[in-house]
Write a new protein. Structure first.
Length: 175
């Protein structure tokens, strides 16, 4: 009788591969997923701390956050941990440069939302998520950007049909 609760990220994962969604979200299978999720949470945490002034917007402050939590991320081999840490720091260099270049346009960072949607059949779905960056656009518009820690960028075609980004656009349209 209650609405089904899904995250925007989960909706995207479900659209990509229902079996993988079930294995990782319901059964919590896959050590690799835990490692990738831990790295993603870490980058998001630094972004949020920079954005809300919790830490200074510089690399030494970010390195301190990384240092505090890195040991809690599961890695099967020490060499891989070192390599991934270097990659995370390089991604933080890029994120910091982007934030500094766009500081005046950043409307929000890591904004949580919950919206109830009623499907055509009358079923209710509770959609929740956290929008990474709200970027003010000319004319009062708002673009929602999603931070990714993957090694390769999505193509324009991937972005055009990206379910997670569509979920954020839907959330903006609903306030």
């Amino acid at each position: 009788d209650d609405p089904v609760a899904l995250s925007v990220t989960g909706v995207g994962e479900l659209a990509d591969c229902p079996w993988r969604w079930f294995l990782t979200r319901v059964l919590r299978a896959g050590r690799h997923q835990q490692t990738a999720a831990g790295i993603g949470r870490l980058v998001h945490r630094v972004h949020e701390a920079w954005s809300n002034g919790e830490i200074s917007r510089d690399l030494p402050a970010a390195a301190e956050v990384v240092e505090r939590v890195w040991a809690s991320i599961p890695f099967e081999a020490g060499w891989y941990s070192v390599r991934r840490r270097d990659e995370v720091m390089q991604s933080l260099v890029r994120l910091l440069a982007w934030q500094q270049a766009n500081a005046e346009r950043i409307a929000f960072a890591e904004r949580s939302f919950v919206i109830e949607a009623v499907l055509p059949g009358g079923e209710a779905v509770l959609v929740r998520g956290t929008a990474d960056i709200g970027l003010a656009e000319g004319g009062g518009g708002l673009a929602v950007l999603d931070l990714k820690t993957a090694k390769s960028a999505p193509t324009r075609a991937d972005v055009a049909r990206h379910v997670q980004l569509a979920g954020y656009q839907w959330a903006v349209l609903h306030g």
